[in-house]
Design a protein around this ligand. Structure first.
Ligand SMILES: Cc1cc2nc3c(=O)[nH]c(=O)nc-3n(C[C@H](O)[C@H](O)[C@H](O)COP(=O)(O)O)c2cc1C
Length: 194
């Protein structure tokens, strides 16, 4: 297959469409953020990249904490709404019918309707062009109890029940995951002795 060169772009896919919450109590706000990913395991650190103008970023900078909430596909319209409207003058939680719920380690709420949630404390901030990369140490992880099983004391998350929303930036489309193909660190073994 021949390749087409697209030049220097910010096209990158697939990514999660995460709902990031900043602030506390009535002041909490949320924004849809696609530029999010794990950066380190020990300690677990997640990176979240905000345009400098975001109100959610302003709130996070005050408390130095945020939560990452992964919506399931049924919430794609609410997720889109939270990515189009600023919370500076609007209560997006109310408008989107999403519920801020207390976490356990920080004051910033998690979102009840999202099956998977991380509580994070900001450990570093880096300016990158017109964006700010926040690095947050994950201090607690939440998963809906009907979407996890414990095998040998290790949590096994049921991905199909969790049904995370996927965003494809270049075409600006929301997708869902397809079917499971195999197990990581296992499926490639048949190529080891080829
Ligand atoms: C699918 C999607 C992904 C987005 N990803 C980002 C992102 O990675 N970083 C960012 O700063 N804004 C991103 N946005 C835009 C913000 O969510 C949007 O500007 C939002 O209104 C900010 O709200 P706030 O001002 O209440 O913080 C995204 C929007 C959508 C719809």
């Amino acid at each position: 297959m021949m390749k087409r060169q697209l030049g220097q772009t910010d096209i990158f896919f697939p990514v999660p469409a995460a709902l990031i919450v900043g602030g506390t109590n009535e002041e909490a706000d949320l924004a849809t953020i696609a530029w999010v990913g794990m950066l380190s395991s020990t300690p677990p650190i997640v990176g979240v990249s905000f345009d400098k103008r975001r109100y959610t970023l302003e709130l996070i900078r005050k408390t130095k904490e945020f939560t990452v909430n992964i919506p399931s596909t049924e919430y794609y319209k609410e997720t889109d709404y939270c990515g189009m409207v600023s919370g500076r003058n609007t209560n997006k939680f109310e408008k989107a019918g999403l519920t801020p719920t207390p976490g356990s380690k920080i004051e910033t709420p998690i979102i009840k309707e999202c099956p998977f949630n991380l509580e994070c404390k900001v450990v570093q901030e880096i300016q990158l062009g017109d964006y700010v990369l926040l690095m947050g140490e994950i201090v607690e992880t939440h998963i809906d109890e009907d979407k996890v099983e414990f095998v040998n004391n290790r949590p096994q998350i049921d991905i199909s029940k969790t049904n995370p929303l996927v965003y494809c930036a270049t075409v600006r489309e929301y997708w869902e995951l397809g079917k499971k193909l195999g197990n990581a660190f296992q499926s490639g073994k048949e190529l080891l002795n080829k």
